[in-house]
Design a protein around this ligand. Structure first.
Ligand SMILES: Nc1ncnc2c1ncn2[C@@H]1O[C@H](COP(=O)(O)OP(=O)(O)O)[C@@H](O)[C@H]1O
Ligand SMILES: [Mg+2]
Length: 243
């Protein structure tokens, strides 16, 4: 069974009498351990798709299953619980809580999930160590670089061992070097079995995945496997072919 399955997903935004058809029939299956990049230009519906996968919003039509659970049929509180337990989310803008320390930001989802504080602290310290943030444990987000903030956000997203990690343009606000650090860390977690779905408009970023799905105007138009990660040239060639 795929860990993530989407069937005929549509999303229409309505505001002030204006309708935007952001998703126009998306089908997607992600197997356990996959690293998938959804690649497409700004405005094609990537963030909308990730928000629906995470249960942050509901589709206008279609179905979303995470680990067999019908996200589209759950209440808001059930979706919040699902997000805490089996989904990790990394945003372009980090979204850390400014008045909490690094440690408290990372602990938050675990404590909300009802886990024991001492166990959470041990695991958080291990994660921070791994992400090169051991020295920053008691710092506040405003005192960290963008790259450090995003690594804290990754620790927060992974603390509850999510079935799937969703990342929305995770390097979009970072300089090239910090971006590469973040992508290399994601690749390491993937190599240890973490399922990841990342969305980006950047071929170089998409090249860190092992499967790339190309999106245009709310639809998937093409797909490729990347046997060798890090090769953006095939992605660029495909972009030219579908343009
Ligand atoms: N909350 C919203 N209300 C109205 N329109 C929206 C909303 N969010 C996104 N859109 C529109 O939906 C389309 C897809 O947006 P989005 O999913 O953010 O694309 P991407 O992440 O690929 O840039 C765009 O036309 C955008 O303007
Ligand atoms: Mg977006």
């Amino acid at each position: 069974m795929p860990v993530l399955e989407v069937r005929n997903l549509h999303k229409v935004y309505r505001s002030d009498g204006v309708e935007v058809h952001a998703l126009r029939g998306i089908d997607l299956q992600v197997e356990s351990g996959e690293f998938v990049a959804v690649m497409g230009p700004s405005g094609c519906g990537k963030s909308t798709l990730l928000h629906l996968l995470a249960g942050l919003d509901l589709p206008t039509e279609g179905e979303v299953f995470v680990q067999g659970q019908p996200v589209h049929q759950l209440s808001e509180s059930q979706r919040a619980r699902l997000r805490r337990r089996i989904i990790g989310f990394v945003f372009q803008s980090f979204n850390l809580i400014p008045n909490l320390t690094v440690a408290d930001n990372v602990d938050m989802p675990a404590l909300l999930a009802g886990r024991a504080a001492d166990e959470v602290a041990r695991e958080r310290d291990r994660l921070l160590q791994r992400l090169g943030l051991a020295e920053k444990r008691d710092a506040f987000p405003a005192h960290l670089s963008g790259g450090e903030q995003q690594r804290v956000a990754i620790a927060r997203a992974l603390i509850n061992h999510p079935t799937v990690l969703l990342a929305d343009e995770p390097t979009g606000n970072l300089d090239t070097r910090s971006g590469m650090e973040v992508l290399n860390l994601l690749r390491q977690f993937h190599q240890e079995g973490q399922t990841i779905v990342l969305v980006t408009h950047d071929p170089k970023v998409a090249s860190f995945a092992r499967r790339v799905v190309f999106m245009r105007d709310g639809r998937f138009v093409s797909e490729m496997a990347l046997p060798e990660p890090g090769d953006a040239s095939r992605i660029l060639a495909e972009l030219l072919a579908i343009a």
